[in-house]
Design a protein. Structure first.
Length: 297
């Protein structure tokens, strides 16, 4: 089955990004689901660079199966809200056409309207999208298109993103950026063009209860590189241990997390992001940070 462009290296990206609550965060998430509706509600407190922030979010999804329609609003206390109407299989089998509105608090980037179409077949998975702001002089119009295909185990993907010129007090020229990926057997090579062009090589492997990932980034503009390794161990049916190690310039960091399912409906994750150079007596890099997440389902 073909894979969407964003999902070609999703397994390795998820291992590094998910399950590591940090920045002094304390997050509580509750999930509810029925045949026709689901709700995810969360409250999170974070501390970053001395700033303390509390955000509450509620994300319901209503499904009208007889009409192949989904309505998915997202409401937050910071007023960054969105509303999306998804029409499934109206424009082809395994397709989805989406219309949306994104609202932001006063003084932010402004409100925008979105439209997107995606379709997935055995050999091709494609998406196109358009974001049109309510003020196209001060905020950019954005368009994107990507496609992924598979042939005899080799997955290939390409994407293009366009941002129009705009003036928000400073003049910004229009930008077109391209990216490509090729993957085989857990290994993926990705190239991204633009002012911050870079090449990334990643690898993901899963054996029974252990997942392993590695990633190497090279910025072709600044000639800076970064390397990271990660592991996910399902120690027991109710216990998962994760770790990661990364080196990027003067940042040498380790991450650890422990997820424990205390009841069928409650899971607690604690995590640490450590500055290894500080542990060795150096003042380089950002400080250590920690976090906790409690999830009810």
């Amino acid at each position: 089955m073909a894979t969407y462009f964003d999902d070609i290296d999703k397994s390795s990206n998820d291992l590094f990004k998910k399950g590591f609550p940090v920045n002094g965060s304390f997050k509580v998430t509750s999930e509810f689901a029925s045949d026709d509706a689901s709700v995810v509600a969360s409250a999170e407190r974070t501390v970053s660079k001395g700033a303390d922030k509390v955000t509450a979010t509620i994300e319901p999804k209503f499904t009208f199966k007889d009409y192949n329609i989904e309505f998915t609003p997202k409401l937050t206390t910071n007023q960054n809200n969105s509303f999306s109407l998804n029409l499934k299989n109206y424009l082809g089998e395994s397709s989805k056409f989406a219309l949306g509105v994104v609202t932001t608090k006063a003084g932010a980037a402004g409100n925008s309207f979105t439209a997107g179409y995606e379709i997935k077949t055995a050999n091709v998975a494609a998406k196109v999208g358009l974001t049109f702001p309510d003020d196209s002089e001060e905020n950019p119009v954005k368009a994107s298109a990507n496609v992924g295909t598979v042939y005899e185990g080799v997955t290939v993907g390409a994407s293009a993103n366009f941002t129009s010129s705009y003036d928000d007090g400073e003049s910004h020229d229009g930008v077109t950026a391209f990216a490509g990926k090729i993957g085989y057997g857990g290994a993926v090579i990705k190239y991204e063009s633009g002012d911050d062009a870079k090449c990334t090589a990643s690898y993901f492997k899963q054996n029974d209860d252990i997942k392993l990932a590695g990633k190497f980034d090279y910025n072709t503009v600044s000639h800076k590189s970064a390397v990271a390794f990660g592991a996910d161990w399902k120690y027991a049916a109710d216990t998962t241990i994760k770790s990661k190690l990364s080196v990027a310039g003067d940042n040498f960091r380790s991450g650890f997390s422990l997820s424990q399912q205390y009841t069928p409906a409650a899971t607690v994750t604690i995590a640490a992001d450590l500055n290894n150079l500080a542990l060795l007596g150096s003042n380089s890099g950002a400080a250590h940070s920690f976090g906790v997440e409690v999830k009810f389902a």
